[in-house]
Ligand binder design. Structure first.
Ligand code: ADP
Length: 666
């Protein structure tokens, strides 16, 4: 076995490989770019070497630098992870030339499967079924269009060198073909430096089912069953499960054999995945990925095996640890991928700093493969996947219950992420009841609806208690810092005063303004009076960001996190963003007994709902602003007449700027 391995990767997969290596008493070397100097993987490894600037081309994709790092550290093997150089034949060859073992298949197998078109030709010969299509060398538009007509619309144009759903176009009819072809070629050229495409039948409501295979250097090859990866966005997986729901044993065996034939046809060694697309009960070869997959943990959970350990053993020349007959499926596993992205903005990758991270507790049922920690800055240089949550139980229904529970306690604040979407999918009755297919998310646009409800009372109470506790802390710090007995702070009467006068907490959310008056009761306890008169006795117990909140004797739990621009409350009811309006801003507004309505925070004027000279009632909406992606409605503090309006639709308003002036009715 190896003594020391270098991991030519980053993020969760680097951390995951380090875990297995450590269990096997193999030393680990991490590499990191300038952007990753403090990254978790560099910390987790026994040793870490800098390999260059943030852009991947100059670090994680720079073959000479990686070989140099492997040699300098004395590693005897390199694990490429997934992505980056994991399917790069030149890298495999460069490792071999430097006398370092590449933990992966031979360069020839990577090359054979590297082009979707060439792989299809090879699979056709090996007797593996393909989606009806054209994968020939003639790339003229006339030939490709003729192929499309022959296959029958709709068709899918795919980049032969493709990956990650790039360079793909669905074409509904002949009139769209020319434009779609140009688009696919353009995208393929810029993403892969190769504009070769293939055309195939576009299947309606297909399933993505893939088979995990393993082959050793001694001619043995097995499959470790299937994974269903049909829940996708933009042709990219976000939820995977094993076994595939509703797949019968005969089809499973048939797919397994086809996958083994595919692996054998290219002289495969190591871990590989043969992807099939399945529709109407038939399955067709799509492509083979010559590496470990992101979703390999679901296979580990149902087989009880460690696939990275298998990779290491095979690369070190050992036999396959188990024969086909010794492999069994136990229970059901699901994985969700947690991405730094904004589902509401077409899954645009997001950047930011992780202000708060609370993961569900790991157990026999719950596993977390993460590459990040609280405080980490998420940049734009690399893949936006942050972590994976994997659950296991005896069957799909029980596994889904585990998934819902684990997602409910997964808290991530500071960077846009897809946790709300994952929760919505896990909670959706159709996801529980139907056989998954790749159109699921597109068919259910309601999954992407943002903040559908106004913050309920417990959310506002939690935020208010946070604000009050923060003020308390600030007051105590001032008091502690003051050694002057004559100082008003020294007497600490700052909070004894509260016996008499209420403190105001002014919050704003996407649903409007929320004014709360707090009457101090005792340490951590207040009577809260909401605008409108609703009153509640609130008591809070804090542990970091976590709050045990008791409202009129009823206990709930949530977390409250302060970010640069908002207060985020995470609770069973969902995630709510609130803005705290500073007391002076609130006062300014109040002291506008003169009737000056000011912008509470900087933002754009969305609409002006009144005109000069108009009479308004108390509480009537006057102006709608948009700030921090929220809508804030400014209302009349008292009944009166509008004397002037300084707000113009579309204009930017500064904090404290007067927008409307009202005079009270006599
Ligand atoms: P990439 O290598 O870019 O990930 P794949 O060939 O693996 O591309 O396909 C990615 C996804 O695109 C599949 O999982 C599936 O959802 C969809 N897809 C691929 N081929 C077809 C097809 N013929 N019909 C319908 N959907 C397809």
């Amino acid at each position: 076995m190896f003594r020391k391995i270098l991991i030519a990767n980053r993020g969760e997969i680097a951390c995951r490989i380090i875990r297995t290596a450590r269990r096997m008493a193999i030393a680990t070397v991490a590499v990191y770019s300038d952007a990753d100097r403090n990254a978790r993987h560099a910390m987790d490894a026994d040793q870490a070497l800098a390999i260059g600037p943030a852009p991947a081309r100059e670090s994680y994709l720079a073959i000479p630098k990686l070989i140099e790092a492997a040699q300098a550290s004395g590693a005897d093997a390199v694990h490429p992870g997934y992505g980056f150089l994991s399917e790069n034949a030149e890298f495999a060859e460069a490792c071999a030339a430097a006398g370092i073992v590449f933990i992966g298949p031979p360069a020839s197998a990577i090359r054979a499967m590297g082009s979707k078109a060439a792989a299809k030709a090879l699979m056709e010969k090996a007797g593996v079924k393909l989606v009806p299509g054209y994968h020939g060398a003639d790339q003229s538009e006339a030939r490709l269009a003729a192929a499309a007509a022959e296959i029958g619309y709709p068709v899918l144009i795919k980049a032969s060198a493709g990956g990650g759903g790039k360079g793909m176009r669905i074409v509904a009819g002949a009139e769209e073909f020319s434009g779609a072809l140009a688009g696919a070629k353009r995208e393929a050229q810029s993403a892969f430096g190769d504009d070769h495409v293939l055309v195939e039948k576009y299947l309606e409501r297909p399933r993505h089912i893939e088979i995990q295979v393993f082959a050793d250097q001694h001619g043995h090859c097995v499959h470790l069953f299937e994974r269903d990866c049909s829940i996708q966005r933009r042709h990219q997986k976000i939820i995977e499960e094993a076994p595939a729901p509703g797949l019968d044993a005969a089809t499973r065996a048939e797919m397994g054999e086809a996958a083994i034939r595919a692996a054998r046809a290219v002289g495969y060694v190591g871990a590989g995945t043969v992807e099939f697309i399945s529709a109407d009960g038939a399955f067709h070869f799509m492509e083979m990925n010559t590496r470990l997959q992101v979703e390999h943990p679901v296979t580990e959970m149902i087989t009880g095996l460690d696939l990275v350990e298998w990779q290491l053993r095979i690369a070190a020349g050992e036999n396959l640890p188990l024969a086909q007959e010794a492999l069994h499926i136990d229970g059901h596993a699901m994985e969700v991928r947690i991405y730094a992205e904004d589902p509401a903005r077409n899954f645009l990758p997001a950047a930011g700093r992780i202000r708060h991270l609370a993961e569900p507790a790991p157990s026999r049922h719950v596993r977390i493969d993460s590459g990040v920690r609280e405080g980490d800055r998420i940049g734009v240089h690399y893949d936006p996947m942050l972590a994976k949550l994997i659950v296991w139980d005896r069957d799909r229904e029980a596994a889904l219950a585990q998934l819902r529970a684990a997602l409910a306690s997964y808290e991530l604040v500071g960077v846009h992420n897809n946790l709300a979407l994952l929760r919505a999918i896990a909670a959706h009755p159709d996801f529980a009841a139907e056989i998954p297919d790749t159109g699921f998310i597109a068919r259910h646009p309601e999954l992407l609806a943002e903040a559908p409800i106004a913050p309920p009372r417990e959310i506002l109470a939690a935020a208010a208690l946070h604000v009050l506790a923060a003020r308390d802390t600030a007051l105590q710090a001032q008091s502690a810092a003051s050694s002057d007995p004559a100082s008003p702070w020294f007497a600490r009467n700052g909070w004894r005063l509260r016996d008499q006068a209420p403190e105001d907490v002014h919050l704003a959310s996407a649903h409007g303004d929320h004014a709360i008056s707090a009457f101090w009761r005792e340490e951590g306890a207040y009577r809260l009076v909401f605008a409108g008169g609703d009153t509640v006795e609130a008591r809070g117990l804090w542990q970091g960001a976590r709050l045990r909140l008791t409202l009129d004797g009823q206990e709930t739990r949530c977390s409250v996190v302060e970010t640069e621009d908002a207060l985020v409350v995470l609770a069973a009811a969902g995630e709510f963003r609130l803005h705290v309006i500073a007391p002076d801003a609130a006062q300014a507004e109040e002291s506008a007994g003169d009737g000056r309505i000011v912008a509470p925070i900087p933002g754009h004027i969305r609409s002006v709902l009144v005109t000069a000279g108009e009479n308004v009632a108390r509480g009537q909406a006057l102006v709608v602003m948009e700030a921090m992606k929220m809508e804030i409605t400014l209302t009349a503090p008292f009944a009166g007449r509008i004397t002037s309006i300084a707000a113009t639709i579309g204009a930017m308003a500064e904090e404290g700027q007067a927008l409307v002036v009202i005079i009270a009715e006599a």
